[in-house]
Design a binder for this molecule. Structure first.
Ligand code: DAK
Length: 260
């Protein structure tokens, strides 16, 4: 599969998807969104891939938003379709049965922050900048930003960022819980790849069930959420990984999980 707007690499169970339009600071146009969808589906279908990492090409930008040069002349119907495409692609990432980590290497603005927020968690470089500047362009965020930002940082902080369009730096993003870690720019990918590899050594069925339990549990009431957790916990006992994990513990050795 040939990609024009991104790079796809695979190493040691980790698929690295790099949005690659550095001249436009990796802004998202329709083709790029469609390629992200294809790359994510390719990684999802590949049994050797256990974790996905999403990043941006160049040293300056993760993704500086949806492509303003495309959006400036579209009509309401095209705007709706563009928004729905971004929402669909990001929802695929959010619900993918494999962990997805955003390695944010610079600007994560507008659609770029929305892409990062659709990932399971975020790690950024010290030079990163975050914001939802859409109100300065006369639009609302359209790829899930009004919904995921308050879920991540709370409604007051989200509304401040959405209403002002202000940009915050890496350490403010860390403080408000938008990112989990800040790494030196030249260490970012190695840092994230280490985290990804650590996940690869765990029981993959259990990892995937954790993602489902968190995602689905957050969408429902606590009693239903506990029931979802109990069902998934119970299902783990139908796996070889559970037998191997517990046997390895008793035998005082590292588990050799097969993801089965
Ligand atoms: N789109 C297109 N091109 C972009 C871009 C973007 N979002 N961001 C940067 N570029 C391009 C610049 O135009 C410039 O191109 P050339 O002039 O060289 O051809 C090149 O990238 C380098 O950018 P700068 O020269 O501006 O670089 P600086 O370091 O000076 O500034 C910056 C970097 C990130 C601060 C600045 O480029 C900037 O402010 N960029 C725009 C950031 C932004 O506003 N992002 C949010 C985009 S809006 C919806 C659906 C979707 C959306 C909304 C609604 N509905 C359906 C309702 C999504 C909205 C967005 O994401």
């Amino acid at each position: 599969m040939e990609f024009q707007n991104l790079l796809y690499e695979k190493e040691d169970g980790v698929a690295l998807i790099t949005v690659n339009r550095p001249k436009a600071l990796n802004a998202l146009n329709i083709d790029t969104l469609l390629e992200i969808k294809m790359a994510v589906e390719k990684a999802a279908a590949d049994d050797e891939v256990m974790v996905l990492v999403v990043t941006g090409a160049g040293e300056k930008s993760f993704v500086a938003g949806a492509d303003i040069t495309y959006m400036m002349n579209i009509n309401a119907l095209q705007g709706r379709e563009f928004g729905m495409l971004g929402q669909e692609v990001f929802r695929i990432i959010e619900t993918l049965p494999k962990p997805v980590i955003a390695a944010i290497n610079g600007f994560a603005l507008g659609g770029g922050l929305e892409l990062a927020m659709a990932c399971d968690f975020r790690v950024c470089s010290e030079n990163s900048k975050f914001g939802q500047p859409e109100v300065g362009l006369g639009v609302t965020p359209g790829f899930g930003g009004t919904q995921r930002l308050p879920r991540l940082v709370g409604s007051g902080m989200a509304k401040e960022l959405l209403f002002t369009g202000d940009t915050i730096d890496a350490f403010e993003a860390l403080r408000i819980g938008l990112v989990n870690h800040v790494a030196a720019a030249d260490q970012l990918l190695a840092y994230v790849q280490n985290m990804a590899r650590k996940i690869c050594f765990r029981g993959q069925i259990a990892v995937r069930f954790c993602k489902v339990a968190v995602n689905e549990g957050l969408q429902t009431d606590i009693d239903r959420a506990m029931s979802i957790e109990a069902d998934l916990f119970g299902l783990c006992f139908a796996s070889e990984d559970q037998k191997e994990g517990m046997k390895a513990f008793v035998e005082k050795r590292k588990a050799n999980f097969q993801g089965a």
